[in-house]
Design a binder for this molecule. Structure first.
Ligand code: E4P
Length: 226
């Protein structure tokens, strides 16, 4: 499962890219607006931080196919290779996804709440579909089950499209989908940190440090002794 950072805070992106095996960064208009900065400057800075190899997702703003395609061209020009254009999974969005596929521009059908919406985005040629796990949970449905159903449909119909599961609020939601073998998850920094936030882990690491100090002296490492 690929793992993306669902945030545009450049300080947090630097921290996470440095620590974790991250595949890239996903954004949406809301995430960009939360930075309080010019969205184009933020996207350019994210590309500089993650380098040309990792993937960045940026969303087209319009809801009419011709204008979505114009935004897609602008986004790809700005962020170059390894850029995925997020497009709302609505009728005009499917049209834009289909036309962009013919041009070789990579897309993600976003704002996915239902399996058939994902089916249409995949059939139109989207590289990814992005279902919103926690938002679906908040509507009284089971977000994880909806994503599993989407995965079953993609597999059954031999689509190349991968799932980019999004809108997570806790690591258990991610775990359930990681176990199911979905293609990618995008998580806020706090959710990624929560993968390893556990007093048992911290306790075990501290025990090793303290036990080695007893054997070799306070603060000593292997390097100091060899
Ligand atoms: C990603 O594609 C979504 O835009 C994002 O994960 C939504 O997250 P939220 O439900 O926390 O706003």
């Amino acid at each position: 499962m690929k793992l993306f950072i669902d945030d545009a805070n450049v300080k947090e992106i630097r921290r996470l890219i440095d620590l974790y095996p991250i595949d890239g960064v996903t954004t949406n208009p809301t995430i960009l607006s939360k930075t309080g900065r010019n969205p184009i400057e933020v996207l350019k800075e994210i590309r500089e931080i993650i380098g040309p190899e990792k993937t960045i997702f940026a969303q087209a703003i319009p809801v009419e196919a011709k204008a979505i395609i114009r935004d897609a061209h602008a986004i790809v020009k700005l962020l170059s290779e390894n850029t995925i254009v997020k497009i709302p999974s609505i009728p005009e969005g499917f049209k834009a996804i289909r036309m962009l596929k013919e041009e070789g521009i990579h897309t993600c059908g976003t704002v996915v709440y239902t399996p058939l919406q994902a089916y249409l985005a995949a059939k139109a040629g989207a590289d990814y579909v992005a279902p919103y796990v926690n938002r679906i949970d908040n509507m009284g449905y089971d977000g994880v089950q909806v994503v599993q159903k989407i995965q079953d449909i993609l597999t059954l119909h031999n689509f190349d499209t991968e799932i980019l599961a999004a809108s997570f609020k806790n690591s258990n939601q991610v775990l359930a989908l990681c176990e199911y073998g979905i293609g990618a998850a995008t998580c806020a920094p706090s959710v990624i940190d929560a993968f390893v936030k556990n007093i048992a882990i911290d306790g075990a690491v501290n025990d090793f440090i303290n036990d080695f100090a007893k054997a070799a002296g306070e603060g000593k490492t292997m390097y100091d002794l060899i």
